[in-house]
Design a binder for this molecule. Sequence first.
Ligand code: ADP
Ligand code: ADP
Length: 230
Amino acid sequence: KTMIEFDSVTKIYPDQTVAIEDISFEVERGTTTVFVGPSGCGKTTTMTLVNRMQDPTEGTVYYDGTDIQDYDKVDLRRDIGYVIQEIGLFDHMTVGENIATVPELKGWDRDRIDERVDELLELMNLPPETYRDQHPTALSGGQQQRVGVARALAADPNVILMDEPFGALDPITREELQDEFLDIQERIDTTILFVTHDINEALKMGDKIAIFDVGELVQYGTPTEIIREP
Ligand code: ADP
Ligand code: ADP
C-alpha cells in the first residue's frame, strides 16, 4: 500500500545548487504527508519529482511500486492533481469549465462531467447554481482557492500535490479552508502531499509530517511523534 517512495534521492540544479540530498521516505496510499520547513529547504523540489516536472539527479522515485521514469509524463499528470498558492485558474473560462478541464482531457462524457462539477462545488461550499457560470475574477481569494482544490480533485486523481495551497489567504479564510479540507480528506481516498512553512498547519493537516532543513529530511513521523521529540 505504499503509493510513493523516495529512495536516496538527490536533486542538483544545473547551477550546482543541491536542493535535496539523499532523501528517503515512503508515503502510504490514502494518507496526507506534510512537508514543512523554511523557504529554500527543498520542499517544492521534492514535489516536482513526483509528477515529473523534473527528474532526480540521483536515486529513484517509485510511484505505485514502479520507477517513476517508466511512466508517461502525460499519464502521470492526469493521475496527479496539483494545487499551488498562485491558484492558476483560467480567467477566460467559467468556474465550471475550469473544474472540467482534466475530466475533459480524460474523455469523460458530458453528463458525467456536469454531475462531477456540481458535486465538487457542493463539496467546496460553493452552490453550483450561483458559482458554476461565474468567471474566477468575480470570486474572492478564498473562493478561487476552493475552485483550485475542486479542479485538482475533479478527475478522481490518485495523488494530489498541494504547494502552500492556502498561503496567500488571510488567517481566517485560511483556517476555514483547512477545516473544510480536513473534512474532505476523510471522504476521499486520495494520497496527499502538502507543502507549508507553517508548523501549526502541518500538525493540523498531516497524518505524517516530514520536517526539512536545507536539503535534508531531518524528521519524519506522526504529529504525536513530532511533538514528543521536537
Ligand atoms: P517556494 O519557496 O514557494 O518554493 P521559490 O521562491 O523557492 O518558491 O521558487 C519559486 C520558483 O523559482 C520555482 O519554480 C523554483 O524552481 C524557481 N527557483 C528558485 N530558486 C531558483 C534559482 N536559484 N534559480 C532558478 N530558479 C529558481
Ligand atoms: P522550498 O520549496 O523549500 O522553498 P525549493 O525546492 O524551491 O525549496 O528550493 C530548494 C533550493 O533549490 C533553494 O536553494 C532554491 O534556491 C534552489 N532552486 C530551486 N529551483 C531552482 C532552479 N530551477 N535552479 C536552481 N536552483 C533552484
